[in-house]
Design a protein around this ligand. Structure first.
Ligand SMILES: CC(C)(COP(=O)(O)OP(=O)(O)OC[C@H]1O[C@@H](n2cnc3c(N)ncnc32)[C@H](O)[C@@H]1OP(=O)(O)O)[C@@H](O)C(=O)NCCC(=O)NCCS
Length: 186
């Protein structure tokens, strides 16, 4: 992929976060075709064609905006264990909506749940949003019943803002300012 901004690859203790690209297709498809992973997102498993389209869409966004989705690669095994993003929230299906606030998002392969992977990646993605993109506020949204995702939001120092209309539905909306995030990070 060309046109990626310097520093778009992120690194944490256990993970490499690399902008999604074609060579991640099999690993991303394995995760996104799991109905349990998609339960609170689209409520249906992805097809291989869906994942292919997602990678193409995301690559175009990286080139155009300089932020989008990363693939989480476990450093010790080289395996794809998740994905996450910094992107603009969307009201409905329309895009781009760069005037909408930035959101952070995550998903993790089911056999790696409960190991702190989403939280570890989220710290690195939030740092990218606050320190590189200089955003003042970062949002996160989810199905109100998605307690695992809410737990990650709270770990990042996010506060509940209420039920808001994003992605053509009512979603639990959380946010954190740069200052509150720095305090939560310690
Ligand atoms: C949400 C998700 C990414 C969390 O990933 P994860 O790597 O398991 O999260 P972490 O291990 O970093 O857990 C963070 C905290 O959430 C807690 N948590 C994890 N699963 C939980 C659950 N089902 N219910 C309540 N809390 C949960 C953990 O205990 C942890 O807190 P602790 O350290 O105090 O114990 C993962 O469950 C997932 O991929 N779900 C499907 C995709 C999805 O819904 N993504 C979010 C869309 S908004």
């Amino acid at each position: 992929m060309t046109g990626l901004p310097f520093g778009s690859d992120l690194e944490t203790k256990r993970l490499l976060l690399a902008p999604c690209r074609e060579e991640h297709l099999a690993g991303l498809y394995a995760m996104n075709s799991d109905p349990e992973v998609m339960r609170y997102i689209t409520k249906r498993p992805e097809t291989l064609a869906d994942t292919q389209k997602m990678i193409a869409r995301v690559q175009a966004r990286w080139t155009k905006w300089g932020y989008s989705w990363w693939t989480f690669i476990e450093r010790h095994s080289g395996e794809i264990v998740g994905a996450g993003c910094i992107q603009n929230l969307r009201r409905d299906g329309i895009e781009p909506e760069v005037d909408c606030p930035l959101e952070i998002g995550w998903r993790v392969r089911r056999d790696r749940w409960g190991q702190g992977i989403a939280t570890e990646a989220a710290w690195a993605m939030a740092e990218f949003a606050f320190d590189r993109l200089r955003t003042e506020v970062l949002c996160a949204v989810c199905d109100p019943e998605n307690t695992a995702s809410i737990a990650v939001m709270l770990k990042l120092g996010m506060s509940y803002r209420g039920l808001e209309h994003w992605y053509a539905q009512q979603v639990a909306t959380y946010d954190v300012t740069a200052e509150a995030w720095r305090n939560a990070r310690g």
